[in-house]
Ligand binder design. Sequence first.
Ligand SMILES: NC(=O)c1ccc[n+]([C@@H]2O[C@H](COP(=O)([O-])OP(=O)(O)OC[C@H]3O[C@@H](n4cnc5c(N)ncnc54)[C@H](O)[C@@H]3O)[C@@H](O)[C@H]2O)c1
Length: 390
Amino acid sequence: MNGDRKLRLGVAGLGRAFTVMLPTLARDPRVALVAAADPRAEARERFAADFGAKTYATVAELCADPAVEAVYVATPHQHHAAHTRLAAQAGKHVLVEKPIALTLDDARAMIAAARAAGIHLIVGHSHSFDAPILRTRALIDGGDFGAVRMIAALNYTDYLYRPRRPEELDTAQGGGALFNQAPHQVDVVRLLGGGRVKSVRAATGAWDASRPTEGAYAALLTFETGAFASLAYGGYGNFDSDELQGWIGEMGQPKAPAARAAQTFAGAGEEAAFKNARNYGGANYRPPAEQALQHQHFGPVIVSCDKADLRPLPNGVMIYQHGTARLEQLAPPALPRAEVVDELYAAVVHGRPPLHDGAWAMATLEVCLAMLRSAREGADVTLHHQVGLP
Ligand SMILES: NC(=O)c1ccc[n+]([C@@H]2O[C@H](COP(=O)([O-])OP(=O)(O)OC[C@H]3O[C@@H](n4cnc5c(N)ncnc54)[C@H](O)[C@@H]3O)[C@@H](O)[C@H]2O)c1
């Protein structure tokens, strides 16, 4: 760590998002997990045992803990705004999960609270933090391949059939693919396309009446530069686009091309209880397996520049040019999602402004909301809150 100190992190919400970040937060030498808050007693007990750290039933108490200098807000979307405000008012830096919020007004209020408190607000993890995406962006910035003209991104998963809380199946409460999956894909595409989307046209699919929220979408994004991007997402558990990624899964893990059996539940209560039991501290919680990983991804992406097509992959970036293909290899990650700590640590400890700040995430949310609106109205939607890359 070159004499640098550890960043003292408190966690708000010990659910699925936390367990996905846990291998990073527990093993990255730059981070000390010093406290957590969750209403679930079993999660608090496990956290206290695993990290010898303090736990609280409420986020307000967590934010009052002087040992905490930054809070990872990993509570359900509807709490992001209030929990970010609490942390900011207590002078803590904030890493808040995607999507930043459910409305642009809430996002704006979070940005204002961060600014008033003089703290950094970072939104993630999203898959635009993935090293192959950042490397592709660096190759574009290098200038050898010319301007970005077109991006194609697709992802086919079993998203809709993973165990859910009731609100995750209700679009009005932040459920569905547009609030939960599109923030990743839009963030990736915006990062590669330069950030500033001019207009959006989209169609959405909600095809299973028993899970009545969007499970699929297609969208065309046009950038201010004239570049355009097509996004396709299918979450109905049939085709699995990891087949096109060499059977490397979203978390960078090797994956068997096995059929996915959807779980069935007697009702929403049983499903939520099943999800909770698998969460941190629950009876069926299993820590993530430690295995050799490649880089994480959010499905196949191809970036067409003037002079080459670039394709980020779990092990590097393929460059297609003049009828040849070569791999710009990336070393396997020592830790998954270390890029999130890179950005958080640089901001909190070294005062370096983050890329994935509140304004960046609000622009991604604006695109996701515009996709919903475009599908509803059958029309193009013009955007007004876009920001570019620093
Ligand atoms: N980046 C990613 O890969 C990723 C993955 C999963 C979830 N997420 C995001 O993380 C957030 C949480 O989703 P999840 O799937 O982890 O949900 P979850 O239901 O698995 O976990 C939520 C946790 O928050 C706790 N909680 C609820 N209300 C709380 C409160 N008022 N104060 C403190 N804790 C509270 C719950 O007890 C639970 O432990 C969402 O915004 C989601 O989009 C991101």
